[in-house]
Ligand binder design. Structure first.
Ligand SMILES: Nc1ncnc2c1ncn2[C@@H]1O[C@H](COP(=O)(O)OP(=O)(O)O)[C@@H](O)[C@H]1O
Ligand SMILES: [Mg+2]
Length: 273
């Protein structure tokens, strides 16, 4: 496979290759891993920034997802995967770069306003209200809705039937996999145009992970593009239309899930050979 020459670690970042104002990508002859993101449905584009006045965690980092896609972000612990998600959701002040949703620059919007524009986000931690019932969690998810959300709730119960059975139970009493279903369900209550998930399968068994992936694929098939971080890199790339390997806040490898799984360097460094 041809190396991605604008996102590799060797410093060749000639944006004229892929960016507006430069030459456009040669149709058909562009390397498959030089993912075009300029017009992506949701894109955090060339993001540089960190927490507060602290050092930059993200360095010219680009992540994107298009309609009909599952995009997966993988990489070592501390690589900046969650930081990248938070940046796209507006929880970080970017020093450089932008975030665009459906053609609109939303870099200056608050997270709340991004939810109103159609972003659903399930953070890695503290993503449910443990003392509230399952159903109350879902109701909280509907906070921006002015219309009747009962039909959406029924759809979520159809997607995750166990949540219907446990709807009167405090969410904190549920298993790890069930809590993640509550968190995803809560995000779906806003009827998002795009869903962002940070490690939705953290701490669950392989069987539960497979089930969650199946449900996530089901959500994607309903037309909601999904941008997700996963620590189960191999399994996640198997369902990814688009994959990003982040290392130290930078794009290290980009391609389709299939391409990344086949890339000897990705395999050696990130997939255990
Ligand atoms: N709230 C925070 N304040 C300051 N630094 C943070 C914060 N959250 C994460 N970091 C730092 O940012 C870096 C990337 O962390 P993170 O994005 O959580 O990585 P990943 O999700 O890839 O494991 C780490 O060095 C981490 O210590
Ligand atoms: Mg993380």
């Amino acid at each position: 496979m041809t190396r991605n020459d604008w996102q590799d670690s060797r410093g060749n970042k000639d944006r004229s290759i892929t960016r507006p104002g430069g030459s456009t990508m040669e149709q058909g002859s562009a390397p498959a891993d030089r993912v075009e993101t300029t017009n992506a449905f949701l894109v955090g584009d060339s993001m540089t920034g960190g927490y507060g006045q602290g050092p930059d965690i993200l360095h010219d980092c680009t992540i994107a997802v298009d309609p009909g896609e599952i995009a997966v972000i993988v990489g070592p612990n501390g690589a900046g995967k969650s930081t990248g998600m938070k940046a796209v959701f507006g929880m970080l002040n970017l020093r450089k770069g932008s975030v665009r949703l459906d053609g609109e620059d939303i870099t200056a919007l608050s997270p709340q306003d991004r939810v109103v524009r159609g972003m659903g986000f399930v953070p890695q931690t503290s993503n449910i209200f443990t003392s509230m019932t399952v159903e109350e969690n879902l109701e909280m998810g509907a906070f921006i809705r002015r219309d009747d959300f009962r039909q959406t709730m029924e759809q979520i119960y159809d997607l995750f039937p166990i949540l219907r059975d446990k709807r009167r139970q405090p969410a904190g009493e549920l298993s790890g996999g069930q809590r993640q279903q509550v968190a995803v369900g809560r995000a779906l209550m806003t009827k998002p145009k795009v869903l962002m998930l940070d490690e939705p399968t953290a701490g669950v068994s392989p069987i539960v992970m497979d089930e969650l992936f199946d449900r996530i694929i089901e959500v994607a098939r309903t037309g909601i593009p999904i941008l997700m971080v996963e620590q189960n890199a191999r399994q996640a790339l198997e369902i990814a239309d688009r994959g990003y390997v982040l290392v130290q806040g930078r794009n290290a490898h980009t391609g389709t899930g299939e391409e990344l799984l086949a890339d000897p360097e990705v395999r050696r460094s990130f997939l255990g050979g």
